[in-house]
Design a protein around this ligand. Structure first.
Ligand code: ADP
Ligand code: MG
Length: 199
């Protein structure tokens, strides 16, 4: 991916997170503490301010820089988890990955998030979107189909009972609301899928 494409990818992720910050906040207000929208907006806008310097780096270093910045700026439970996701992708990927390499790297990055969060798919978290995205990627789905799978997976967290994160404190009362981190993950997946497709 060319530096200008990676720079646009960063802008696209910041655009979607910032334009949906109120929605993410409302989701986190229902079953959490209501900071997810602001946390994510702060983090992705911080990455945006350094987008050209980050994009000038080789892809692995650029992804690690994004992850490090997110850890430093997002905060909450989600900051270290999204940070881990991008840092692990940077660690796993070469400068010019093909689809198979991207799929394998996402698989490893999901394992890293899972280890960091002591969590697994099925517990109403961001992992409930990441895992189906990995599967769609492995099945050779198009960028649009992967983004649709991510949206569907976020919707599928509504009837789940939260077993990790603040929402788990609510037990049964977490049922009936979409997980905020699942929604933000789906937003990121769509922005990234569209940016990669166009590049
Ligand atoms: P906090 O919960 O500290 O307020 P945020 O509101 O920013 O942090 O993020 C909450 C989101 O983080 C949840 O919606 C969920 O998707 C994700 N999350 C929380 N804990 C975990 C975990 N242990 N494993 C995976 N994801 C988690
Ligand atoms: Mg929160």
């Amino acid at each position: 991916m060319a530096a200008s494409d990676f720079s646009q990818l960063i802008a696209a992720t910041a655009d979607t997170i910032s334009s949906h910050a109120d929605e993410l906040t409302a989701l986190d207000q229902a079953i959490g503490d209501g900071d997810h929208g602001l946390n994510m907006k702060r983090g992705f806008e911080a990455v945006r301010t350094e987008k050209d310097a980050i994009a000038a780096k080789p892809l692995p270093d650029a992804l690690k820089a994004v992850g490090t910045k997110l850890v430093m700026t997002v905060g909450g439970a989600s900051g270290p988890l999204f940070g881990t996701l991008f840092m692990a992708l940077g660690k796993e990927l070469s400068a010019t990955p093909d689809r198979a390499a991207l799929t394998a790297a996402l698989g490893k990055a999901i394992e890293a998030v899972s280890a960091r969060g002591k969590s697994q798919p099925g517990q109403k978290t961001m992992l409930d979107v990441l895992q189906p995205v990995y599967e769609a990627l492995a099945q050779g789905k198009t960028a649009g189909a992967i983004a649709d799978a991510a949206d569907k997976a976020a919707e599928a967290t509504v009837p789940m009972k939260a077993l990790r994160g603040r929402a788990s404190f609510l037990g049964e009362r977490s049922i009936g609301h979409m997980d905020a981190g699942a929604r933000s993950t789906a937003l990121l997946v769509r922005a990234i899928a569209e940016a990669i497709e166009d590049s």
